[in-house]
Design a protein around this ligand. Structure first.
Ligand SMILES: Nc1ncnc2c1ncn2[C@@H]1O[C@H](COP(=O)(O)OP(=O)(O)OP(=O)(O)O)[C@@H](O)[C@H]1O
Ligand SMILES: [Mg+2]
Length: 357
């Protein structure tokens, strides 16, 4: 075993084929030796969303090459690797299986431990690749499939404080983008269009803003965008709607983050005031600014992963792999993919009509 553990991470839960090599470091912040991500935008663009079978086929075609590239960039050889970690869920089962089986086969052939990783835990720990951060901390996960506040008590130990009762925030961005005629994946493009628009032009709803604790609801917002978008005649109005949409999200996050801070400190008033915001939507600069504002007002230290670590990547999977490796938390080669896998497995299912929040 090398002095500082060397971990390979593999990620194929949705439409990114990714591989990374990270190495433990005496500074307490692991070094990212390589972090290769291959996105499948072109495969899915004409369908307006991810097509599972096409995604899986693209993973099969690419995984070999991406892992080779990650190895070459890291300047390490396969025999230097101490463990192979791969996303085991949540995600599309046909996609998860590709990376998981590849990682199992590699670990068997190298006779090195295999570690199955929860993709969401990867997002949760992603800032640890850049900052020293002790447990516990508060997490806001805003991604394509999730919008949750969680208390991160330790590795594999989460308490959910709030979640979305309908759409995830990334999903809301993508759906709003589609309504504005923006090509998939539209979320990041809303941020670009919003720069040219008036954020106060359209008044959009903020569902459950004054109730439901730090739970979210974004479906009403999408319906409002649908109605307004059908009346839009000029490009400027399109920019104004993008800006108004983004501004409404910022206000919702500002308010709900205040509630989450209070709930987190209610669990234990002595908890560290460290706050991580992770997932694809955390790349949005206006959202970052607004969250920084509320964090400063409450004297919370806020940590955002760098932009390349916000969206799906394998360095974050290797990060979880490294922590599991250090505690000898290995998995058997029988481990199955888990399409559904909540971070807080005791949290109630909070979606659908009639749900009580
Ligand atoms: N700058 C941005 N502004 C708003 N949304 C963004 C931005 N960049 C990315 N997103 C959104 O982030 C989402 C992708 O994030 P991520 O890759 O973390 O999600 P996912 O892996 O599909 O979902 P999950 O992690 O919940 O399984 C997409 O919905 C995308 O539109
Ligand atoms: Mg993700």
């Amino acid at each position: 075993m090398s002095k500082n553990a060397l971990i390979m991470g593999i990620e194929t839960s949705c439409d990114e084929t990714a591989a990374a090599i990270i190495q433990d470091d005496s500074s307490g912040i692991p070094k990212i030796l390589s972090n290769i991500v291959s996105s499948q935008f072109d495969v899915h663009k004409k369908f307006g969303g991810v097509v599972p079978d096409l995604a899986a086929r693209a993973h099969v075609e690419k995984i070999d090459l991406i892992v080779k590239k990650a190895l070459m960039k890291s300047k390490k050889s396969l025999n230097d690797i101490d463990a192979v970690a791969a996303t085991a869920g949540p995600g599309l089962i046909v996609c998860l299986s590709v990376g998981l089986n590849f990682a199992k086969a590699l670990s068997l052939s190298l006779n090195k431990p295999f570690i199955g990783v929860n993709h969401l835990e990867g997002h949760a720990l992603s800032p640890k690749l850049q900052t020293k951060l002790d447990y516990p901390y508060l997490l806001l996960l805003i991604s394509g499939g999730h919008s949750q506040f969680l208390c991160v008590n330790g590795l594999g130990n989460y308490k959910r404080l709030g979640t979305t009762i309908d759409d995830a925030l990334g999903e809301a961005f993508d759906k709003a983008a589609k309504l504005l005629g923006i090509e998939f994946p539209g979320g990041p493009k809303i941020e670009i269009l919003a720069k040219k628009g008036n954020p106060n032009k359209f008044k959009l709803p903020m569902p459950i803003i004054n109730k439901g604790g730090c739970n979210f609801s974004f479906a009403g917002l999408k319906t409002a965008v649908l109605k307004i978008s059908s009346t839009i005649k000029t490009e400027q109005e399109k920019y104004d709607l993008a800006a108004s949409f983004q501004n409404t999200i910022e206000r919702i996050l500002y308010k709900k983050t205040q509630v989450a801070f209070n709930e987190y400190l209610k669990i234990n008033n002595n908890y560290s005031k460290n706050f991580v915001v992770a997932g694809g939507v955390a790349a949005n600069k206006n959202i970052r600014k607004k969250i920084e504002e509320i964090s400063n007002e409450n004297k919370f230290n806020v940590f955002f992963p760098s932009l390349d670590l916000c969206g799906d990547n394998a360095a974050m999977i290797a990060m979880v792999g490294l922590e599991k490796f250090k505690s000898k938390n290995f998995d058997s080669h029988d481990l199955e993919a888990r399409p559904r896998w909540q971070l807080d497995e005791n949290a109630k299912f909070l979606k659908g009509a009639g749900v009580k929040i």
